[in-house]
Design a protein around this ligand. Structure first.
Ligand code: 13P
Length: 287
């Protein structure tokens, strides 16, 4: 059964650890992440972007896949199914499809519009017992081949959105999606502290969790980060293991071209990455 992320976020906030939120891309990914969480005895958030949802056959397919795998794979740890960086319409579609959590990313909208739409969606989620993440201030990443150094959110705007009653809040603190550029100056702990001073006990979300040194991640957790998104590092681990399998010529031997065999090393690499991240985030054995 899927659960809302509310309880696990509040427990993480109080216990000074962070919940791993891992992006899904296909069947293997979904099995791999659930297995990693189960073997770590950790609560977990599995999430899809709108693009990944479309790729996987639509939000309903994703919701049914996750629910059925929880049953068939004997997953007993709490699992929340979350929409990552949702548009307003995407959020409505995921609510309809049976997700247990959404992120409304109104960070590219004028602030007043972000506030109004977040407020409306908070009302719907509260009624349905779902969790909701909001975002203030865009999180950097690659745009037209140029990678920025990471933007920072305005703490006063963070407070306004937090006060709408969201479950968790994503705010830029110099973090970036994808691979961090050469010379990236690191997370802005001063900004994180200023945000924390405004929002109090609101669980904060760190996007772009791949490639940040573990010690920096752990410092951020101490300062109020309670959910950490990881996508790129799982993708790199999957690609590396798959490539190694092919380069070793194993796909040429016997029935090595069988996708169940071909994708097995990469799938295991995702499980291993999930377990590693859960250790770093401190959520092992917190189920
Ligand atoms: P990475 O791909 O950098 O791990 O970021 C994932 C993320 O924040 C998804 O929203």
């Amino acid at each position: 059964m899927l659960v809302s992320a509310k309880e696990m976020m509040q427990a993480a906030r109080a216990g000074h650890y962070a919940i791993g939120a891992f992006n899904l891309n296909n069947l293997e990914w979904t099995k791999a992440v659930l297995k990693g969480a189960q073997e770590s005895n950790a609560p977990v958030i599995v999430q899809v972007s709108e693009g990944a949802g479309k790729y996987m056959g639509g939000f309903k397919t994703v919701a049914d896949l996750v629910k059925n795998l929880i049953d068939s794979q004997g997953i007993t740890v709490p699992v929340a199914l979350h929409l990552d960086h949702g548009t307003y319409n995407g959020c409505k579609a995921c609510i309809e499809a049976g997700f247990s959590s959404i992120m409304f990313d109104g960070s590219s909208l004028p602030f007043d519009e972000n506030e109004a739409k977040t407020k409306e969606l908070v009302g719907i989620c509260n009624e349905l017992g779902m969790s909701i993440e909001a975002e203030v201030g865009a999180i950097g990443g690659e745009e037209d081949g140029v990678v920025g150094m990471g933007e920072c959110a305005d703490p006063a705007e963070c407070k306004k959105i937090a006060d709408l009653g969201v479950t968790m809040l994503a705010a830029g603190i110099g973090n970036i999606h994808g691979v961090y550029p050469e010379g990236w100056p690191g997370l802005r702990f001063d900004v994180l502290e200023a945000i924390k001073a405004q929002v109090g006990d609101m669980p904060l979300v760190l996007h772009g969790g791949s490639g940040i040194p573990d010690s920096m991640v752990q410092e951020a957790i101490k300062l109020g980060i309670s959910k950490i998104n990881v996508n790129t590092e799982c993708q790199i681990a999957f690609a590396k293991a798959t490539r190694a399998y092919i380069e070793a010529g194993k796909d040429q031997q016997g029935k090595g071209f069988d996708p169940r065999k071909l994708l097995a090393p990469g799938t295991q690499a995702i499980t291993d990455m999930v377990k590693y991240k859960i250790e770093v985030f401190g959520s092992k054995d917190k189920a």
